[in-house]
Design a protein around this ligand. Sequence first.
Ligand code: T5A
Length: 214
Amino acid sequence: MIRPGKFITLEGGEGVGKSTNLAVIESYLAENDVEYIVTREPGGTHLAEKIRDLILDNHDEPMDAATELLLVFAARAQHLNTKIRPAIAKGKWVLCDRFTDATYAYQGAGRELGERFISALEDLVQGELRPDLTVILDLEPATGLNRASQRGALDRIEQEQIDFFHRVRSCYLEIAAANPQRCALIDASKPLLAVRDQLLETLEQRLRIFLDER
Ligand code: T5A
């Protein structure tokens, strides 16, 4: 019988170093002979990437917060059912750059829509599925935005006011505190190598049990 794969998500505010540290998690999985896929949200499939463009591009009319929330979950439903669930069922591990914690942080706290509607959509779209491990990279928003702006033009969400990103960060910290079994909080303000070492230590502590049971 094939054991289902594990589901790992990587979270944090803008420019915290998710893309950079995704590579660290990938090499850890490869060194441990794990069969895995890497994906991202919003997006991850052809159709969900089209929805991502709708969410992140600038438009000639402001996007309503509820529209944004529903687009995020529309992309997630497609991504989950055509890519994530099938991979997990085949025994592959799934490493996903952002997932539903981002919706609680950005739409729930950033856009101040609250938790109630997100929780209902989470139940509808995900059923029982939740990540096995969520790594949250924590960084003061001004530093993260500065890092992100050096990388290129800012997208629609990155152009929000700084208060928005403070609410996003506070929400991630609350999620980490409320879900210590699932979430590992990493201080992303440290130099790259120090963040990498902290991340590798966390992976060894949290994933060894899953690796040994294969
Ligand atoms: N969104 C997403 C929602 O609103 N709701 C949702 O439900 C979901 C799923 C997605 C956007 O969509 C929103 C949130 C986002 O606004 P994204 O591409 O996932 O966008 O997210 P971004 O945060 O925009 O990703 P970025 O690519 O901007 O940032 P990363 O990946 O966190 O950062 P990275 O690795 O590219 O690093 C940025 C720069 O900093 C340097 C790197 O070298 C790079 O130049 N850096 C460091 N420098 C010094 N010290 C360190 N420790 C460093 N780590 C990285």
